[in-house]
Design a protein around this ligand. Sequence first.
Ligand code: GUN
Ligand code: ZN
Length: 431
Amino acid sequence: MTLVAHRAELLSIPDDPHIAGGEAVRHHPDGLLVIENGHVVAFGDHADLAPRFAEASVTHWPGKIIVPGFVDAHVHYPQTDRIASHGEQLLQWLDRHIFPEEARFADRGHADAVAGFFCNELLRNGTTSALVFATVHPQSVDALFEAALARGMRLVSGKVLMDGGPPDLRDTPASGRAETEALIARWRGRGRLGYAVTPRFALTSSDAQLADAGALVAAHPEVLLHTHLAENHGEIAAVAARFPDAADYLDAYDRFGLVGPRSVFAHCIHLSERALHRMSEAGSGIAFCPTSNLFLGSGLFDIAAADRHGIGVGLGSDVGAGTSFSLLATMGEAYKVGQLRGTSLDPFRALHLATAGAARVMGLADRIGGLQPGQEADFAVLDPAATPLLARRTAGASLGERLFALQILGDDRAVAATYVAGRQAHLRSPV
Ligand code: GUN
Ligand code: ZN
């Protein structure tokens, strides 16, 4: 087997600093990342490891910081072409901008073209894994999975269940169930792909379809449940009207078996103490999507409340309501949401939420997000001097300051290269 190694400043935050404190930060100013067969063999000081791995061929990245590949805990690939659509809050934005766009994914050729662009855009931004909404069309999942397979990426996705959506975007309980079963069977064990049963949200599925979603999750222990929860006040009022007996929005999902340890709920901005307690008890995870929440005017996620209840949180871009594929930029916006909430998000914790934290809510923390020995070698090479302003701000600065500057000022320009399972998948072109 050929050993390869990368010499650079190394940084990884596999444990949540909110719980583990300063011990969570794994940092080697002059480090060596050793890889064999797409997996990490060693992550440590260059001086210690270089003699042990003298046969490895070494790539040297002076001035750069290697971090685990970013993990986007919630994103919609079919909305790539509707990013930056002006003027509405959630329900009107869906009707005006999103549903017409998603109808185009009935065409497999269109889905292939967007899926390829989307995967490349993730890689340009240093994102190597994601939990992804497709559309109601099963071929939209095939298109995404084929694009991810060709690039070796670890993606999790699923056909959207929405028997109550607009007429040209509707399935039925029977077709939704059969297409989901067929996709799970077709893609099981292929590449690094995973499946998520994906009811769009409580307003676009009948009771029968929500019950089917619960049965699908129960029947397939390897799949996730991925949906939206408590994002917008208009949405929440409509859910309360539709489910008058439910204690709250979460309870509308709970009665169909959709609240469990493999459930990932995007947004969770407006949750009662009861719902937070129930999510914690069930072991469900949250995708916090700050650029989307600000863009749609949905509200300010309360990470302190999630922390009080011990609920796992990962960062998501939520493109197309989200305004950037960059998880660096997303970390910066998460900081600003925290400022408006009176909690100052530590830059090391922000990096954790965009890597191992997101991997944890996806049930993948043993494989990705930490660059620890035995894990898959997905990583981004960050350039703290990517722009003249970044170079000025980071010159001579501490690690924490450089990391924070990358979050506030950085984006795809700060990603010098991206590696997937040890293989180079993106190299920034020279400016
Ligand atoms: N809720 C239901 N569908 C969507 C969607 O596509 N985007 C967002 N942000 N929220 C949703
Ligand atoms: Zn979303």
